[in-house]
Write a protein that binds this ligand. Structure first.
Ligand SMILES: Cc1cc2nc3c(=O)[nH]c(=O)nc-3n(C[C@H](O)[C@H](O)[C@H](O)COP(=O)(O)OP(=O)(O)OC[C@H]3O[C@@H](n4cnc5c(N)ncnc54)[C@H](O)[C@@H]3O)c2cc1C
Length: 301
C-alpha cells in the first residue's frame, strides 16, 4: 500500500541509506537470491540472513526498495490444492512485459493506489521466496507487517494529526462549552492513549523479533475507527464552517497549526478508506475472534 511518506531526497539521514541505494543501483533487477544474500528479505533478522536492522533501518530499507519498483506476487502454482495451499510467493519486478498499472483516483482527488493487470507475465524461477506452495503463510506475515507499518502515531494510517493535536488545538482556542463535544473529545483522547500503549507493545515485540500477531489486528481495528472519529470530530468542531473547504477545527484561527488544508480536507475525505484498505475492520475482527479469542471459524461458503 503506497501510503508511506516520500523517500528522503538526500542520503544523509541514515548512515546506511547511501550504501543501500548504491547496491540497488548496481543491481537494478536483483533476483530473490541476491536480495536474500544482501539481507534485504528479512532485514530485522541477524546477519548473515538479515541486517540486524532496528525499526529505523527497516523503514530506510522499505523506502529504498520502493524506489527500485518491485511488487509482491502471490500466484496459485498448484491449481488442485486446497484454497490456502498451493499458493507461491514471488518478488515481481514491475518493469517486465505484460504488467499494466492503472491509477485509481479516490474521492480526495488524489491517487495512492492502482489496479494492476498481469497478462502472460513471466518472471525467473529464482524470484520465488520461501517454499513453493507455502506462500499463504508468508503472505500473512507480510500483511501483519503492513498493519504494523500503518500504526504510527498519526490518525491517518500513522500520518496526519493525533488526538493530542486536536485537544491542544481546542484548548488553544479557549476550549468548548458544548458538553457533547467535550465528552467526544475526552473519549477521543482516551482512544488515542489506548492506541499509544498498544503501539508501544507492538514495537517492543517487533524489536524483540516476535512476528506481528493478532494484536496488530486489534490495533488496526481500533486505530482506523479512531481516525474516522478524529476527523469527524474535527469537522464537527468547525460547526457550519465545516461545510467549507479549508475550514480548520477552530474557525477564525489565523494560523492552521497542525491542520493545514492538505491534512484537514484530505484527511476528512480520506478517513472512510481507513476501515477498508489493508484489510477491512470486519476481517480484522474475524482474525481477533479466531486467533485471539479462539472462537469458531467463520462458516465456509
Ligand atoms: C486507500 C486504499 C488503499 C488500498 N491499497 C491497496 C494496495 O496497495 N494493494 C492491494 O492489494 N489492495 C489495496 N486496497 C484494497 C483493499 O485491500 C481491499 O479493498 C480490501 O481488502 C477489501 O477487499 P474488497 O474491496 O475486495 O472487499 P470485499 O472483500 O468484497 O468485502 C466487501 C465487504 O464485505 C465484508 N467482508 C468480506 N469478507 C468478509 C468476511 N469473511 N467476514 C465478514 N465480513 C466480510 C468486508 O468487510 C467489506 O465490508 C486498498 C484499498 C484502499 C481503500
Amino acid at each position: 500500500m503506497d501510503t508511506a511518506p516520500p523517500p528522503a531526497s538526500g542520503t544523509d539521514d541514515h548512515p546506511q541509506r547511501g550504501e543501500l541505494r548504491s547496491w540497488l543501483e548496481a543491481h537494478p533487477s536483483p533476483t530473490g537470491r541476491q536480495l536474500a544474500e544482501r539481507g534485504l528479505v528479512a532485514p530485522h533478522w541477524p546477519a548473515p540472513w538479515g541486517l540486524g536492522a532496528d525499526p529505523a533501518l527497516q523503514l530506510v530499507v522499505d523506502e529504498e526498495l520502493r524506489r527500485a519498483q518491485f511488487g509482491i506476487l502471490l500466484a496459485r502454482t498448484e491449481p488442485d490444492a486446497p484454497k490456502h495451499q498451493g499458493i507461491s510467493y514471488f518478488v515481481c519486478p514491475m518493469d517486465v512485459p505484460g504488467i499494466t498499472v492503472r491509477p485509481l483516483f479516490d474521492m480526495t482527488g488524489s491517487h495512492t493506489f492502482n489496479e494492476v493487470f498481469l497478462d502472460e507475465v513471466r518472471i525467473p524461477r529464482e524470484n520465488l521466496v520461501g517454499e513453493r506452495g507455502r506462500g499463504w503463510s508468508l503472505g500473512k506475515v507480510t500483511l501483519g507487517n503492513e498493519r504494523v507499518s500503518l500504526s504510527g502515531a498519526g490518525a491517518l494510517w500513522g500520518m496526519g494529526p493525533t488526538a493530542d493535536d486536536l485537544v491542544a488545538t481546542v484548548k488553544a482556542a479557549g476550549g468548548t462549552r458544548d458538553p457533547l463535544l467535550r465528552q467526544r473529545l475526552a473519549s477521543l483522547w482516551s482512544e488515542g492513549e489506548i492506541l499509544r500503549l498498544l503501539r508501544m507493545r507492538t514495537v517492543a515485540a517487533a524489536v524483540a523479533g516476535v512476528p506481528p500477531g493478532a494484536e496488530a489486528s486489534v490495533r488496526k481495528a481500533l486505530a482506523d475507527e479512531h481516525g474516522q472519529h478524529l476527523m469527524g470530530l474535527a469537522r464537527d468542531l468547525a460547526g457550519a464552517s465545516g461545510m467549507l473547504a479549508s475550514a480548520g477545527p477552530t474557525p477564525g484561527r489565523s494560523d492552521a497549526g497542525p491542520w493545514p488544508d492538505a491534512i484537514y480536507d484530505y484527511g476528512f475525505l480520506f478517513a472512510p478508506a481507513l476501515t477498508i484498505g489493508g484489510g477491512t475492520s470486519e476481517v480484522q475482527r474475524n482474525i481477533i475472534a479466531e486467533r485471539t479469542l479462539g472462537l469458531p471459524h467463520d462458516p465456509e461458503v
